[in-house]
Design a protein around this ligand. Structure first.
Ligand code: SF4
Length: 362
């Protein structure tokens, strides 16, 4: 940090004037002169946690068309919310989103609290989201430190502290730069700078509004920040997924427990998922006795903490087959209404493909 003393100080004004020319147009972002809608700001922040903007955009538009206000979201049945969320992953966020909408309606008369402290009392709103919503929706002087902001700040000040321990220090640096006017735009500008200019690789320092005060640029060490501890890779877990088709085409499905991974989502029955799962014993985990056929290509999925490999087994059942307790047969016409996570969509698709009758010879 010794070089920092010889650098000109970074100024919020330089970043804001860059933002005025280069701000990204995002579906949840108010246009210049417009007031932001706290509901849209909050929903976008929840959707963007661990998901990219490109992936979120179409979901966001559909979600807003279906639940245009926090009241509409609060009043919706939870299956409908989970279904609208399906594909975005990290389903605990959808459950918290719904719980938060209800709390806003029941405890705050349908209006989001307008301070960081008030927002922190709501379900699913942590330090980052509270700061982001307070700043963006209510123009409060709050620090919203996400991965983009961490990268910009650690480079700008050459912060040697290692993440995640460095977070409070980064936050302090953001607070020292926060302008009294337009703190909401400052928060968004910082996010945009990290996303478009100060990128993880090959940052475009030549066109960066903070190129002169940036210590890492002067030292040529931009890409070495932020400092991180090496991550341990999770062990792959294995399991079996059972696609059972009744003679009328209906598929056997069940709902996962409300708490835990993919809680409340629909799935075809599966075995446990374990690093030491033995496929040879898969028939014992099947929901019914049937002539199970194993597909050659497994379905793979990566969760936050572990990769998963599910082997799909398919079978047919007679038209009078009854679903075991806690399960149900869903007709193929209604399968789209089941809140399947993307992993299960892949499993069901593979199973249906394998069960499709071969084309009749010409
Ligand atoms: S000068 Fe380069 S490294 Fe420094 S903040 Fe700007 S883009 Fe990032």
């Amino acid at each position: 940090m010794t070089l920092a003393t010889r650098q000109p100080a970074a100024k919020a004004a330089d970043l804001l004037s860059w933002y005025d020319r280069h701000r990204r147009a995002l579906p949840w972002r108010a246009l210049p002169g417009e007031s932001p809608d706290p509901y849209r700001v909050w929903a976008s922040e929840i959707m963007l946690q661990q998901t990219t903007i490109t992936a979120v955009k179409p979901y966001f538009e559909r979600f807003m068309a279906r639940f245009p206000t926090v009241g509409a979201l609060a009043a919706a049945p939870s299956e409908e919310v989970m279904q609208a969320w399906a594909g975005l992953g990290y389903y605990s966020r959808a459950r918290n989103l719904h719980a938060c909408a209800k709390a806003v309606v029941e405890q705050h008369g349908g209006r989001f609290p307008d301070t960081e402290e008030g927002l922190r009392t709501l379900p699913g709103i942590g330090a980052y989201t509270a700061g982001a919503v307070a700043a963006i929706a209510f123009d409060r002087p709050a620090a919203a430190v996400d991965g983009n902001v961490e990268r910009v700040m650690t480079r700008l000040f050459a912060i040697e502290a290692v993440l995640p321990g460095a977070k409070p220090l980064i936050r302090e640096h953001v607070l020292t730069l926060l302008p009294a006017a337009r703190p909401g735009d400052f928060a968004q500008a910082l996010m945009d700078l990290g996303a478009t200019i100060c990128t993880p690789r090959n940052p475009a320092c030549g066109i960066c509004p903070w190129r002169d005060p940036c210590v890492a640029r002067l030292e040529g060490t931009q890409e070495t920040y932020p400092r991180k501890t090496a991550k341990k890779a999770g062990f792959t877990r294995y399991g079996a997924a059972f696609v059972l088709m009744r003679e009328d085409g209906a598929i056997l499905v069940r709902t996962r427990p409300a708490k835990g991974l993919l809680g409340g989502m629909a799935e075809v029955p599966t075995s446990d998922w374990r690093p030491d799962y033995e496929l040879d014993g898969a028939a014992q985990d099947a929901p019914v006795v049937a002539r199970w056929r194993r597909l050659d290509v497994p379905v793979r999925h990566v969760f936050t903490h572990f990769p998963l490999e599910l082997t799909v087994l398919v079978a047919r059942a007679g038209e009078k087959a009854q679903a075991p307790q806690g399960m149900r047969f869903t007709s193929q016409g209604r399968l789209r209404e089941e809140p399947f996570p993307s992993l299960m969509l892949k499993v069901v698709e593979a199973g249906l493909e394998a069960l499709r009758p071969p084309p009749s010879p010409p």
